[in-house]
Design a protein around this ligand. Structure first.
Ligand SMILES: CC(C)(COP(=O)(O)OP(=O)(O)OC[C@H]1O[C@@H](n2cnc3c(N)ncnc32)[C@H](O)[C@@H]1OP(=O)(O)O)[C@@H](O)C(=O)NCCC(=O)NCCS
Length: 158
């Protein structure tokens, strides 16, 4: 993800999140290159999805993932997560974590495919909508078994 992509990113952000990230927040995340990884997916040059990762020692935190509603269920979320998971491994992370709205069953199904399991609830984490967050972890991503899981996911992509 580069600054030139942010107009498209903010458009999607406003479509899919009740409290979208601001331009300033994305810009500040993009400056933290050594501890972050943000990427976009494009179709015919147009940004249609994006995702981000924050690295903290052995843990890699998925900070955001979003697909333009017009492009959902076309495996873009899977492709982006594959990229982030591989990047996390390459940068020495051993575990992946994220928060997801407890009611967001679709995203949870996607995360489950990547080996994420529920670890707890953060009450009222999404205060703008009074929703709790489910905290999920995928552990031991540095083991060959996890690499094999990613290979399998990639092989099953259309
Ligand atoms: C969640 C999100 C990123 C998924 O991206 P996507 O590109 O649509 O996901 P994929 O096409 O890779 O889906 C992979 C699998 O995840 C599951 N899945 C994804 N979205 C789903 C949904 N809405 N309902 C049920 N299952 C879903 C399915 O098992 C799917 O496989 P299938 O299509 O073969 O059945 C996308 O729906 C999105 O941007 N949502 C709004 C923002 C959001 O909720 N972000 C997550 C915040 S934690």
């Amino acid at each position: 993800m580069r600054r030139r992509h942010l107009r498209s990113v903010l458009r999607i952000e406003a479509l899919v999140y009740p409290r979208p990230w601001s331009l300033g927040l994305f810009v500040s995340e993009l400056t933290l290159r050594s501890s972050r990884c943000y990427c976009v997916a494009r179709v015919e040059g147009e940004v249609v999805a994006y995702s981000g990762l924050m690295l903290c020692d052995e843990d890699a935190h998925v900070t955001t993932i979003a697909v333009d509603p017009a492009w959902q269920r076309h495996s873009l979320g899977t492709r982006l997560l594959l990229h982030l998971a591989r990047e996390a491994c390459q940068r020495g992370a051993r575990h992946l974590t994220l928060e997801v709205r407890v009611g967001n069953q679709g995203a949870q199904a996607l995360y489950h495919r990547f080996g994420f399991v529920p670890a707890g609830i953060r009450k009222n984490y999404y205060s703008e909508t009074n929703e709790d967050a489910l905290v999920m972890w995928a552990s031991d991503i540095d083991y060959p078994e996890y690499g094999a899981r990613l290979d399998q996911l990639e092989a099953s992509l259309p």
